[in-house]
Write a protein that binds this ligand. Structure first.
Ligand SMILES: [Zn+2]
Ligand SMILES: [Zn+2]
Length: 117
């Protein structure tokens, strides 16, 4: 499909600008995504300007989050936030926001099981 829109970035990741097309190594876990936040490459060069809307894909790497308690990466769908524990607060009592299930305290795990179990 051809389009003249300059914001069509094809099959590139909207966050890191890497190609996610078949054979790129990023094809398997990509998901359709769009973004208008500023994105920088590893060297700090601007790939996308703040407010520059683009429509494309997000690669698995960009969908990973860092755990606030152990600093390891959390795979997609394995992150736990206060909301998942039935907490209306936007962060856990220690200020963490996104953590592994294994990094929850015993109390938080209980709440999590109550909500999701
Ligand atoms: Zn990416
Ligand atoms: Zn963790």
């Amino acid at each position: 499909m051809q389009t003249s829109s300059k914001n069509d970035i094809g099959q590139r990741c909207v966050h890191c600008g890497e190609d996610t097309s078949f054979g790129s190594g990023r094809f398997v876990n990509r998901i359709p995504a769009d973004s208008y936040c500023e994105a920088l490459d590893k060297d700090g060069n601007v790939i996308f300007e703040e407010g520059e809307y683009r429509d494309g894909y997000a690669c698995a790497e960009c969908m990973m989050f860092e755990c606030d308690r152990c600093d390891e990466m959390i795979a997609m769908d394995e992150d736990v936030t206060p909301y998942d524990c039935g907490d209306d607060e936007s962060e856990f009592t220690d200020g963490a926001y996104r953590v592994h299930y294994d990094c929850l305290t015993e109390i938080e795990k209980l709440h999590f099981e109550e909500i999701n179990g």
